[in-house]
Ligand binder design. Structure first.
Ligand SMILES: CC(C)(COP(=O)(O)OP(=O)(O)OC[C@H]1O[C@@H](n2cnc3c(N)ncnc32)[C@H](O)[C@@H]1OP(=O)(O)O)[C@@H](O)C(=O)NCCC(=O)NCCS
Length: 215
């Protein structure tokens, strides 16, 4: 989707930025992990296929993707963006006849960042973005039956089980965006939207200044 190509969402511990070509090598490294392939039901791709995928995710109208960055690392302009990457989060519009229905996917690829509340924070931020910018009224998450952590996280966020597919060994959880969900998002999500390119050029200028002072 082009809608978020220049959007930076700033949460408490993470930043969400559009998935760009510069993120692909690290993403590709992550997806070599058999554990992540299994947890996210993904097939391994070559680096070239990963670049094609990044381009299609950017162009296709039915998919909105952000890369999750560690805010604290990113605050240091000498650290390159790829080093700050933690995972990714996606919204898929799965039903062309109903653009208010979205499938949510999240991956905290860096193991050391799991179990610290980041998955929950990112999911709420993405839901907030989906509701306010894309007009989403119903979210679904399709999760492997063995992925107890992800199932627990979505249930904690009040998603309800609607079906189990034994063939694909996955459960579908769903949440309808009613008034109480909107209230929760308003109360719990602290998120600022910024211009991504402008913020990056400010960061580069800061690095230039720091380098000049150091020399
Ligand atoms: C699933 C995933 C997104 C959860 O994100 P996270 O940052 O690790 O989870 P959080 O710390 O935000 O915890 C959110 C909730 O998940 C549950 N949870 C977290 N870690 C758990 C664990 N090890 N075991 C069981 N439940 C767990 C808890 O209910 C927790 O809420 P609580 O802390 O209020 O009790 C993350 O672990 C991940 O990306 N794993 C690898 C890829 C994957 O499985 N993606 C999902 C594909 S459907």
């Amino acid at each position: 989707m082009k809608i978020n190509e220049n959007t930076l969402l700033e949460g408490q511990r993470v930043l969400l930025v559009p998935y760009n070509a510069e993120h692909v090598p690290r993403y590709h490294e992550w997806m070599k992990s058999p554990e992540l392939q299994q947890l996210t039901a993904s097939e391994p791709l070559t680096l070239e296929q990963e670049y094609d995928m990044q381009r299609s995710w950017r162009e296709d109208d039915d998919k909105c993707t952000f890369i999750i960055l560690d805010t604290q690392k990113w605050a240091d302009p000498s650290v390159n963006e790829e080093t700050c990457m933690v995972g990714d989060v996606n919204i898929f519009l799965t039903d062309s006849t109903d653009p208010s229905l979205a499938e949510l996917e999240i991956m905290i690829a860096e193991e050391s960042y799991r179990g610290k509340g980041i998955g929950k924070e990112v999911t709420l931020m993405m839901m907030c973005y989906g509701v306010n910018k894309l007009g989403i009224k119903r979210f679904q998450a399709k999760i492997g039956l063995d992925n107890h952590t992800s199932i627990a996280m979505f249930k904690k966020l009040h998603f309800q089980e609607v079906s189990v597919c034994q063939v694909f060994k996955e459960v579908t959880l769903e949440l309808t965006v009613d008034e109480s969900v909107q209230k929760t998002l308003l109360e719990e999500v602290q998120m600022k939207e910024r211009d991504y390119r402008q913020t990056c050029s400010g960061r580069r200028a800061q690095k230039g200044q720091n380098d000049t002072q150091a020399s």
